[in-house]
Design a protein around this ligand. Structure first.
Ligand code: DGJ
Length: 718
């Protein structure tokens, strides 16, 4: 068979009517498919970058040959990506390739049903600045009547490897991003979100598959996959005969049948994937880079050190208390003050969580000068200013709900299931009027306060009710998809109008952590759990797919408000400093000694901020290993600077401290070490020099004696 090899670097593929090998290349990886006219696209290889000539070896080895987008209808014994009920009721689909083309960095494989005018375009985007590829489909109804999409996945990937392991993330309120690692065994593993609103609240839509047995941080072949979708999703991992693993990822197919009228099309969300030979850490670094190179809003800008009012005063905000907190954070060296929940509501004042959402006018009893006076007070102190909103929500006790009861997600015939505070309801984002309202909240705030710098966008409820007064009876099953399309459209409008506004994504903590949101947000709140010991686990899990520059990590009071645990201030800072540092307490609650310490910590963070926020992260010793220790480090892109963190968080007297092995350094360079305020008495490593090779291969014996001892060591190339 004549085989035309084509498509080397993402750009510049050509079109051919013959048998085609397609190479979707990133700097270090290749996805190889064949796309022969009249057949289905086949996945042959996903791994280290290969040349087209090596493609022959892959075909000759017959290593892998699976449908890249299996449709239900014929020989569908395995999980399918697509299931369609055609206009005449036929539930089967048989796709055949009609052509391939490239547009810039995109490779597009076009298919059509063999008998019906139903079209599928399968997209692959190859990034040339990170090793992440993205895949999605566009489905088009060319039939004379409506068709129903029952299942419409974004993409598929197949691996053939015995002994593969799965790493996935899950949790609940105050315990987000928990990591589980397990061998992939025969059967179907499903990772799903049915929350309706907060896609990352329980299971998360990102997985790693380790092809060399138990996952390692910095060695072994690992594939990472993340579905970029803000709503309900489903990742299916089917293992057959121990060795064949197929991942099918897309919008959840439960209660989401989507009707396409003649001529209408539907674009699925992206499935982003990477492959690394440097273990899970390699996958993480590729996703982090992908974020910095464009997928994360303002991926190259440094994030400010802020004080958020929530754990300091909860809803008891007023001008005086906010000014005290501003004074506090200014004295410590912070840069931004954010007023959290409690600042709004007139008829229904936001004095507790049972009322006021939707009424975004300042509570003049608490804040007589309104938001402008708060902003001015911040600016007078040289601080930037930010504010909390929860735009997609209302309470049944609100002027908004009184005016627009039909704006909430619910079926009008049913009694409402209410959420937080016994009254909270979700606004129906599928309704364009609601979208306008949500966009208007941000527009109005900015109009009134042109210097507004930051918004915390919260979301504290699941879709407790189902139904839309906006969608017609025969389109109720569009609700979950259209809610999120409406949300996305509102976010796009907001970003277009306010590109420089810093916006934090929050959903009862980390309930919305998903790449589908990140083009619109600068950062996210990792968890309402600010206990530094538990944050080690939450942040470790979350950093597997998300860059630490986007992870909001706040130092809070001790005893901690969620767990009651008492943790020294140094340990709290050392844990928070591995992401976007902030504080969430009344600074006036710190004693003089703590205040002096906090000033030093903030000043030190400013020095290491570019390394932590823009450098490469190397997770080293996992807290999940169960030995009570944890370490990680950050290395600047040119490897001239690094910062190393290690912690002891269990209380075993005389427990041997592990030998700390570093990673990511230049082996041939010499690094000089300085310690930041060690909790152990001796500044043991201060001023000493070591080669990168020694630090990585032999490592340091940095002793940590007590529970909540930690060390932060800065490295500079000589
Ligand atoms: C949930 C968030 O996660 C908290 O940080 C805080 O903003 C509250 N909502 C406010 O109601």
């Amino acid at each position: 068979m004549k085989r035309i090899l084509f498509a080397v670097l993402a750009l510049g593929l050509t079109l051919t009517a013959q048998a085609k090998d397609i190479f979707v290349n990133t700097p270090k990886t290749t996805l190889m498919l064949t796309a022969n006219d009249g057949q289905t696209p086949r996945i042959h290889y996903y791994g280290s970058r290969i040349t087209p000539a090596q493609g022959h070896e892959i075909i000759d080895a017959m290593s892998l040959n699976y449908d890249a987008y299996p449709a239900f209808g014929r020989e569908s014994y395995d999980e399918t990506a697509l299931s369609v009920t055609h206009a005449d009721g036929n539930m089967t689909t048989e796709l055949a390739i009609t052509g391939t083309r490239t547009e810039g960095d995109l490779t597009i494989i076009s298919m059509k049903d063999k008998k019906y005018d139903f079209y599928v375009d399968l997209y692959y985007r190859a990034n040339d600045k990170s090793d992440v590829i993205e895949t999605w489909t566009v489905l088009r109804n060319g039939e004379k009547k409506a068709v129903r999409l029952e299942q419409y996945a974004s993409g598929v990937m197949t691996f053939r490897q015995e002994g593969a392991w799965l790493t996935h993330f899950h949790g609940t309120w105050a315990a987000e991003g928990q990591m589980t690692e397990e061998p992939l065994t025969q059967g179907l593993k499903t990772i799903v979100s049915h929350d309706g609103v907060r896609a990352g609240m329980n299971d998360r839509a990102e997985v790693m598959i380790s092809l060399d047995g138990k996952p390692q941080e910095n060695s072994g072949r690992v594939v990472g996959a993340a579905l970029c979708w803000t709503g309900n999703y489903k990742l299916r991992l089917e293992t057959r005969g121990k060795y064949r693993h197929t991942l099918v990822a897309g919008i959840d197919d439960l209660h989401t049948t989507y009707t396409l009228k003649p001529g209408e099309s539907f674009q699925t969300p992206e499935l982003a994937m990477t492959y690394s030979t440097e273990g899970k850490g390699g996958v993480s670094r590729a996703f982090h880079r992908w974020g910095r190179e464009g997928k994360l809003h303002n991926g190259k800008g440094l994030r400010e050190i802020l004080l958020n009012s929530w754990e300091g005063v909860y809803m008891n905000v007023n001008q005086e208390v906010c000014e005290q907190m501003m004074d506090g954070i200014r004295e410590l060296g912070g840069e931004l003050f954010v007023v959290d929940d409690g600042w709004f509501g007139r008829k229904y004042r936001r004095t507790n969580d049972s009322q006021g959402l939707g009424d975004w006018q300042t509570d003049l009893e608490k804040l007589p000068g309104g938001v402008p006076a708060l902003l001015k007070a911040a600016e007078d102190r040289g601080l930037k200013f930010g504010i909390w909103i929860e735009p997609e929500m209302t309470n049944s006790k609100s002027e908004l709900y009184e005016k627009h009861p039909d704006w909430v997600v619910a079926h009008p015939t049913r009694e409402l299931a209410k959420g937080r505070g016994g009254t909270q309801l979700v606004l129906d984002m599928s309704n364009p009027k609601v979208q306008d309202f949500v966009v208007g909240i941000v527009d109005d705030l900015v109009k009134e306060n042109p210097h507004l710098h930051y918004i915390k966008w919260d979301c504290n409820m699941s879709m407790n009710n189902f139904g839309s007064s906006y969608l017609s009876g025969d389109r109720q099953s569009h609700l979950i998809v259209d809610f999120h399309r409406g949300l996305r459209s509102a976010l796009e409008r907001i970003r277009k109008a306010h590109p420089d506004l810093v916006i934090q994504l929050c959903a009862s903590g980390g309930g919305r952590v998903n790449w589908g949101f990140m083009p619109y947000f600068d950062e996210f709140w990792c968890s309402d759990n600010t206990d530094a010991q538990q944050r080690l686990f939450i942040q470790w899990g979350t950093s597997h797919f998300f860059p630490t520059m986007a992870m909001a990590q706040h130092v809070s009071a001790s005893p901690n408000h969620q767990t009651g645990r008492v943790i020294p201030l140094k340990f709290r800072f050392d844990v928070a400093m591995t992401g976007r540092l902030g504080m969430e307490m009344k600074p006036s609650d710190l004693n003089d000694r703590e205040c002096e310490y906090a000033k030093k910590a903030v000043a030190f963070y400013k020095e290491i901020r570019p390394i932590v926020q823009l450098g490469d992260q190397y997770r080293l010793l996992s807290p999940y290993e169960g030995n009570g220790f944890c370490s990680e480090m950050f290395v600047s892109e040119d490897k001239s600077e690094a910062v190393f963190f290690c912690y002891k968080f269990e209380n075993y007297a005389d427990l041997h401290t592990p030998r700390w092995h570093m990673a990511g350094l230049d082996p041939d360079a010499t690094y000089r070490l300085t310690e930041f305020e060690p909790s152990e008495r001796a500044r043991y490593f201060d001023g000493k020099t070591f080669s990168g090779r020694f630090l990585m291969e032999t490592g340091l014996d940095a002793y940590l004696s007590r529970q909540f001892s930690s060390r932060v060591i800065r490295l500079k190339r000589e």
